[in-house]
Design a protein around this ligand. Structure first.
Ligand code: DGL
Length: 274
């Protein structure tokens, strides 16, 4: 049981930002990553569709890989499916929204926080609710950035177009007085540098990955599930889309040649009305 993997899911490559942090903080754990790249982005999709897709990824990892814990490393899927899935499966499940909110509250000085995310995440108000439940005096400014996810998934995010896309998306926040900006989508840390350049050094940029990884560690330890094996971990990566494109982005993000990358098909799951 203890050496069973932790499952990490996302609509595409974005959850790799969370997986990298989990690997750094928990170097003995085996990680199984599944990105639903073929159906990415989830951001503009119907809620029911996002719920079904998230269940399909969950069922795949539960039935084939017997994961001991699930991390929904996608804000959109967290906002829509976390409650449903965590109540139904018999393993610990965490999402990313709550942890990003907590990290932002720790660093803001003027109590003004910006949140950027997909249309679905922003429309759900999940961050605003999480932030205000922790501190009702905050001012929260929300902006949806629908161009970011397709851009990151294209794999061309290292060229200078990144600055143009960031400028076109973040202009509503440029002159606001926020001192903290939550990257409310796990794809966005890949654009952290151009985002920081545009917003300026006075704005703290928060990605929920670090905080989420800390929570994974706490939950595994609390449940007596930490891997004690002396063997080096073996991570596996699955994508429902193009293997080579996924691998190239993973290699760029991790900074080494990522092994065990496979392209798979996942089965359709019927879900109840949402
Ligand atoms: N990484 C997902 C998130 O955190 C991506 C969104 C998408 O597929 O649109 O929301």
């Amino acid at each position: 049981m203890l050496d069973q993997p932790i499952g990490v899911i996302d609509s595409g490559v974005g959850g790799l930002t969370v997986a990298k942090e989990i690997m750094r903080q928990l170097p003995k754990e085996n990680i199984i990553y599944l990105g639903d790249t073929k159906r990415c982005p989830y951001g503009p999709r119907d809620r029911k569709e996002v719920l079904s897709f998230t269940w399909e990824m969950t069922n795949y990892l539960l039935s084939r890989h017997h994961i001991k814990m699930l991390v929904i490393a996608c804000n959109t899927a967290t906002a829509i499916a976390l409650e449903d899935i965590s109540q139904a499966v018999g393993i610990p499940v965490i999402g990313v929204v709550q942890h990003g909110a907590r990290a932002a509250i720790k660093v803001t000085e003027n109590q003004r926080i910006g949140v950027i995310g997909t249309e679905n995440t922003i429309r759900s108000g999940a961050y605003e609710k999480a932030l205000l439940s922790l501190n009702g005096d905050l001012t929260v400014e929300n902006v949806a950035c629908p161009m970011f996810v397709p851009f990151v998934e294209s794999g061309k995010f290292l060229d200078e177009t990144a600055d143009e896309i960031v400028r076109a998306s973040l202009y509503p926040l440029r002159d606001s007085s926020i001192d903290t900006l939550i990257l409310g989508c796990t794809h966005y840390p890949i654009l952290k540098e151009p985002i920081q350049r545009y917003m300026g050094e006075r704005v703290n940029i928060i990605s929920s990955g670090d905080e989420t990884a800390r929570e994974v560690s706490t939950i595994l330890s609390y449940n007596g599930l930490l891997n004690k094996s002396a063997l080096s971990p073996e991570h596996q990566f699955f994508t429902t889309g193009d293997r080579e494109r996924f691998k190239k982005i993973a290699n760029d993000w991790f900074g080494y040649d990522v092994k065990n990358v496979n392209s798979i098909t996942i089965e359709k799951t019927a879900v109840k009305e949402y």
